[in-house]
Design a protein around this ligand. Structure first.
Ligand SMILES: Cc1cc2nc3c(=O)[nH]c(=O)nc-3n(C[C@H](O)[C@H](O)[C@H](O)COP(=O)(O)OP(=O)(O)OC[C@H]3O[C@@H](n4cnc5c(N)ncnc54)[C@H](O)[C@@H]3O)c2cc1C
Length: 501
């Protein structure tokens, strides 16, 4: 006898996670599935989360969203990377730009050739050989797929998270997703199986599969099912953010990159949208008071504030199990890493991809699918966690108690081994499913002043003049490529100017 098929999916929560899940399920599950979403207008969403990484383009493309319409509907801008200011040391900057940096030669990735050329005195900063970085700093953008001399430009987006959720909600509801507005007051369970959500007006919403997108509350996974919590605040002590939007400086076009500026006990983000700039100060409350953090933020805006600053509280960590019984958690309900590398929306996306890949046909297979999902989710989150910790650990700053603490902390053994490998040899270890690429690791390590102690022996194959010629040819190709791109503001105005849909 075969077990009963699972056919009704109930999504608890209508923030970015809930509506991304609803849109993807509506798009990819066949007509035999019923998708229901419950959200509470009174509770609302976290209201931040505006910077993404390039994988979001795959998500939007999978739904069939037109890029220009999507940007126009969300006040969106293009993002070519993240500039880090004052991280390695005060007064120093670098960019983690998307895409390739330079070009590998023979068996070696570019950063080895760059290190040899730098040691020979014939190379500029690493970022000078990134098409993305130079286009970003000159405020230029147009879709460019690469050619014989240049790698493609690789981009992500900045957007208004509320407007993105609205785009997805329209998409999902047009494809049959049923929305219930109301507050979930209770979760009915039988052992580790969720039976129904009970709303405070008495409605009861039954389902076969439940997706917890209830944000930091984690009503189903953390609440009803009691999934434990791995606290990572000893590695990532920032636990507060003050956020405020501001106007652009008069006449300024939005920059096509995010900026993260290190402060005395944390860092400040700057995310340019078409109609405003999103700003926030992420800080450790053990090292800095909220009033001081707010004053620091307000003193460092490009233009007048457009709203009152508001504070968000969080803790870095993850749920022990993100899938228990017939319930999977996505978004803030499943865990949280500070937005230093804009990874939270990506984690929602990859959680949805995992759900679709492991979509259960019947209840009997739930335990094995859940075990596999939990294994994958834990690895993914820990890889990203370690990359974020790297930014703190690899600092040379010792000017405040916060920076002294993070510089001295004992990091996870896997990260410690990677850092030691790089310092001694310039080699970068990357496990094949990992999100962050070798150029990403190289940019952060080198950008924060980590220079390998010895060059790769194969770089001896090029002498000083060859290295100089190689670097100069890359420089010329990138300069010409960037000069051919229009201004980011002009491109937006022509193709994706904000409008209502
Ligand atoms: C300071 C900060 C900055 C961030 N910046 C970025 C960034 O730049 N890039 C990025 O990728 N991510 C960022 N994130 C993360 C990003 O905001 C979230 O991943 C994203 O918004 C998803 O949130 P969510 O949908 O899980 O939760 P929420 O937005 O909190 O949504 C929760 C939903 O559950 C509903 N709900 C809750 N309780 C109930 C109830 N009892 N009954 C009914 N409904 C209920 C709410 O109404 C809401 O609809 C940031 C997060 C923080 C805290």
């Amino acid at each position: 006898m075969t077990a009963a098929p699972l056919r009704t999916i109930v999504i608890a929560g209508g923030g970015t996670a809930g509506w991304m899940a609803a849109a993807a399920l509506a798009r990819f599950c066949g007509p035999g599935w019923r998708i229901v979403l419950v959200e509470s207008d009174a509770i609302g969403t976290v209201g931040v989360g505006e910077a993404t990484i390039p994988q979001i383009r795959l998500f939007n493309a999978g739904l069939g969203l037109d890029e220009a319409d999507f940007l126009a509907a969300t006040q969106g801008t293009l993002k070519l990377g993240i500039e880090f200011v004052d991280w390695g040391q005060r007064g120093q900057r670098y960019m983690h730009a998307f895409g390739d940096v330079g070009r590998g030669l023979g068996l070696l990735p570019f950063h080895h050739w760059w290190a040899a050329a730098r040691a020979a005195g014939v190379a500029a900063d690493l970022g000078h050989y990134s098409l993305n970085e130079r286009a970003a700093l000159q405020g230029r953008f147009a879709p460019f797929g690469g050619d014989a001399t240049l790698p493609p430009l690789v981009w992500a987006y900045h957007f208004d998270a509320g407007l993105y959720a609205a785009v997805l909600a329209r998409f999902a509801q047009a494809r049959g997703v049923v929305r219930h507005e109301g507050r979930i007051a209770d979760v009915e369970t039988r052992g580790e199986t969720i039976i129904a959500l009970r709303l405070d007006d008495g409605r009861r919403i039954e389902g076969d599969l439940f997706i917890d997108c209830s944000g930091f509350r984690s009503l189903l996974l953390g609440g009803a099912l009691g999934s434990g919590w791995h606290d990572w605040s000893h590695w990532l002590p920032c636990d507060r953010a003050v956020a405020v939007p501001c106007a652009h400086a008069p006449g300024a076009a939005p920059a096509p990159y995010t900026r993260s500026t290190a402060r005395t006990a944390g860092w400040q983000w700057r995310i340019p949208l078409q109609h405003r700039i999103g700003n926030g100060h992420v800080f450790s409350s053990a090292h800095l008071g909220e009033d001081e953090a707010t004053a620091m933020l307000m003193a460092n805006l490009d233009g007048p504030a457009l709203a009152e600053p508001r504070t968000l509280r969080f803790q870095a960590g993850r749920r022990d199990r993100v899938w228990i019984g017939n319930c999977l958690g996505l978004g803030l309900a499943a865990g949280f890493l500070e937005p230093l590398e804009s990874t939270s929306i990506h984690l929602i996306q990859s959680g949805i991809a995992r759900l679709l890949a492991l979509l259960p046909a019947d209840a009997a297979m739930l335990p094995v699918l859940a075990a596999e999902a939990n294994r994958q989710a834990a690895c993914e989150m820990e890889w990203i966690r370690d990359f974020i910790i790297l930014h703190y650990k690899a600092t040379a700053r010792a000017d405040t108690p916060f920076w002294r603490q993070v510089q001295a902390m004992v990091v996870p053994p896997d990260l410690a081994a990677r850092m030691a490998l790089f310092r001694a040899s310039g080699r970068i270890r990357r496990d094949h499913d990992e999100l962050f690429t070798e150029p990403a690791w190289a940019q952060v390590l080198i950008g924060q002043g980590w220079v390998p102690q010895s060059a790769h022996p194969l770089t001896a194959g090029l002498d000083r003049d060859d290295l100089a010629g190689f670097m100069a040819s890359l420089d010329r190709a990138i300069a010409a490529g960037v000069a051919a791109l229009p201004g980011h503001g002009d491109w937006l105005a022509r193709h994706a100017a904000a409008r209502e849909f």
